[in-house]
Design a protein around this ligand. Structure first.
Ligand SMILES: [Ca+2]
Ligand SMILES: [Ca+2]
Ligand SMILES: [Ca+2]
Length: 190
């Protein structure tokens, strides 16, 4: 289920990513060999960024994620009813039993079990790749944003994808995605 939340994080990140200087881009390309292949490797998310993700899910802005908030976002993103999953997720994360996920509980979800697994990031990639061609292009992005009620022009989507696609061809592949999603996370040692 973390994978669905990772889509929100991806959209938050791709919308806030500025064009990388070519120096950074080439460094990212040359670091290709460092992409971890161990699927059980775990990442600890960055708290500031998770705050933004939290805000995107907290639709009514009361600083708590209710089942309703989560159901709305998940259903929009996945294009099918996610009521049951939303309820399960809130139940699993709600340690003070007030029926909602506050930010502290939200972070605990991601830190418990030692962080985010690479496998979850890979699943998130597949969920973002709406047409299933193993690339995320401007069309996939436009579709995802539309599901969240964010209308973006094809040109805007093109620009956002180009900001993170290392090949400059306007398509995000799995490696681009992993680099992008783990950039600000700490790799858990041990
Ligand atoms: Ca709320
Ligand atoms: Ca709670
Ligand atoms: Ca695609």
């Amino acid at each position: 289920m973390h994978s669905s939340l990772k889509i929100v994080q991806f959209l938050q990140r791709i919308e806030s990513t500025k064009k990388l200087p070519s120096k950074v881009l080439s460094r990212a390309s040359s670091s290709k060999s460092r992409i971890p292949s161990n699927l059980s490797r775990k990442y600890i998310p960055n708290a500031d960024e998770m705050k933004e993700v939290f805000k995107m899910i907290d639709k009514d802005r009361d600083n708590k994620i209710s089942v309703k908030d989560l159901q709305k976002v998940l259903t929009e993103l996945r294009g099918k009813d996610m009521a049951e999953e939303a309820e399960k997720m809130v139940n699993a994360a709600d340690s003070d039993r007030d029926g909602c996920i506050n930010f502290k509980e939200f972070m605990e979800v991601h830190n418990n079990g030692g962080g985010i697994r690479l496998l979850e990031i890979e699943t998130a990639f597949s969920l973002c790749d709406l047409d299933g061609d193993r690339r995320i292009n401007a069309k996939d992005l436009e579709g995802l944003l539309k599901r969240l009620g964010k209308e973006r022009s094809p040109e805007d989507c093109e620009r956002m994808v180009c900001n993170v696609a290392r090949d400059g061809k306007g398509e995000v592949d799995m490696d681009d995605f992993i680099i992008m999603m783990t950039k600000t996370m700490h790799l858990q040692s041990g």
